[in-house]
Design a binder for this molecule. Sequence first.
Ligand SMILES: Nc1ncnc2c1ncn2[C@@H]1O[C@H](COP(=O)(O)OP(=O)(O)O)[C@@H](O)[C@H]1O
Ligand SMILES: N[C@@H](CC(=O)OP(=O)(O)O)C(=O)O
Length: 432
Amino acid sequence: MTTVFKFGGASIKDADAIRQLTPLIEAHEDRPLVVVISAMGKTTNKLEALLAAARDESRTDEYRQCLDSLKTEHSEAMEALFGDSGESPAERVSALFQELDAQHRKHRSSPYAKHYDQTVCYGELISTTIVAAWLNRCSIATDWHDARKLVRTDSRYQAANIDWPTTAESIRQQLEDSDSVLLTQGFIGGTEEGEATTLGREGSDFSAAIFAHCLDAKEVVIWKDVTGLFNADPRRFDNAVQLERISYAEATELAWHGAKVIHPKTLGPLQEKSIPLMVRSFEAPDTAPSVIDAEQRFDADVPSCILRQDQVWLEVRPRNFSFMDEPRLHDILGRLVEAGMHANLVDSSAMRFALCLDDKPERLDPLVESLQGDYDVSRENNLTLLTVRHPQAGMMDELSKGREALAERRNATTAQRLFHSRDCPETWHIPD
Ligand SMILES: Nc1ncnc2c1ncn2[C@@H]1O[C@H](COP(=O)(O)OP(=O)(O)O)[C@@H](O)[C@H]1O
Ligand SMILES: N[C@@H](CC(=O)OP(=O)(O)O)C(=O)O
C-alpha cells in the first residue's frame, strides 16, 4: 500500500536541509512512496513580492532584484549539492526561471488571482526539480511528476476546487505500482485548459491528502520542524505540549481556527478513507509523532490555544436607524463570499453586524469599499484573536488578564477573545 510523505518549506530550505531529507526517504523501503514537496523556505512569500512588483510598471528595478535574489538562492543550493557535476539540474531550473519571467510579461494585465497562480506555482516546480535530481544522485530512483497535470481543478484561482473523479483517474493511472519514489509538487493543480491553479496558502498538506485519498494510501506523514501537533504553537507558548493522538475532527477545528501546522482542508479526504496522518519531526525522526485518526477519546484531554495575528474588526451598521435584519445579513455575507474572505469571529445586534477578518489588503480593501457604498463601516486594525478549545474554568479570564477584549464568543467547546496586538505578549503561558 502507498505511503505519502509531505515535506514543507522548512524541511528543504537550503542544501543542508535537503541533505537531511535523504535518510528519511532511504529509511522507507516500501513502495509505492509518493513524496509531496513545497517551495524552498519562504520562496512563496518572495514570489508574492515578485508578483506585486511585476504588476507595477514603476517597480521594474525591484522586480529584477527580486527575481535575481530568488535565482541566487536556488543556484547556491544547487552548487552546494551538485558542484559542477553533470547531474546538476541547473539548466532545467534556469529554463523554469525563464518561463516564470515570461509568465509575468504575459499575465501582467490578467486578473490578480490568475496572474498569481501562473507564477507562484514556480516555487514548487523549481524545488521539486532540485530535490528529484538530488535523490537520483543519491541512488534513490525518483520520478518527477507535474501536479498541474495530476490534480485537476476548476479555475477558481488561488482557492481552486478539486475535480475529484478526474484527479483520481489521472493520479491512479500515472502513479500506481511504481518502484521509484514518485515526487510531485504540493499546493498546485491545473485546469482542463492547462492553466496552473493553487489550492490556498500552505496548501501542500492538502495536496498530500489528495494523493493519499486517490491512492487509498496506508498513511500520510507530514514532516515538520516540530515533533508533532502541539496544544499551542511552541514558538508562542512557553508550556505547549505535544498532542499524542487526536481525531480528524479535532485537528480540523484546530487548523480551522488558525493552528498553522496543518492546512484545514487536509483532514477531510483522509477521514473519508480512514487514512491516519502522522505529524513528525525531520530533525528528530525517532521521536514519537502525533497521530491523527478517527479516535476521539483524547480530544478534550488538554485545552489548546490558537493565536491569529493581523486581524481586523469591522463593524457594519445600516444607515437611517434601521435593523440589521436577515436580508441585510444575507447581503453582507454575500459580499464576504464574493471577496473570498472568511470571518474568524462574528457578532450581531439590532443595528450592527461585526466581523473579525484576516488583514489581507488585496481582498479586504475591495470588500470594505463595497460595504461603505451602502453601510456605515468602522474598522480597528492590528488585532490578535485568541481561540481556546476545551477551556477549563477561569482559563480565558486568566489568559486575558490586563487586556481589554474588543469582542468575545463562547460555546460548549470553544472560547474566543479579540485583543489589540499591542496589549499581547510575545510569549504566552497556558494557565494550569
Ligand atoms: N499547534 C501547533 N503545533 C505545532 N506547531 C505549530 C502549532 N501552531 C503553529 N505551529 C508552528 O508551525 C510550524 C511548522 O509549520 P510550517 O512552518 O507551516 O511548516 P512547513 O512550512 O515546513 O510545512 C512550527 O515551527 C510551529 O512554530
Ligand atoms: N509553498 C506554499 C505551499 C505550502 O504548503 O507551503 P508549506 O508546506 O511550506 O507551508 C506556501 O508557502 O503557501
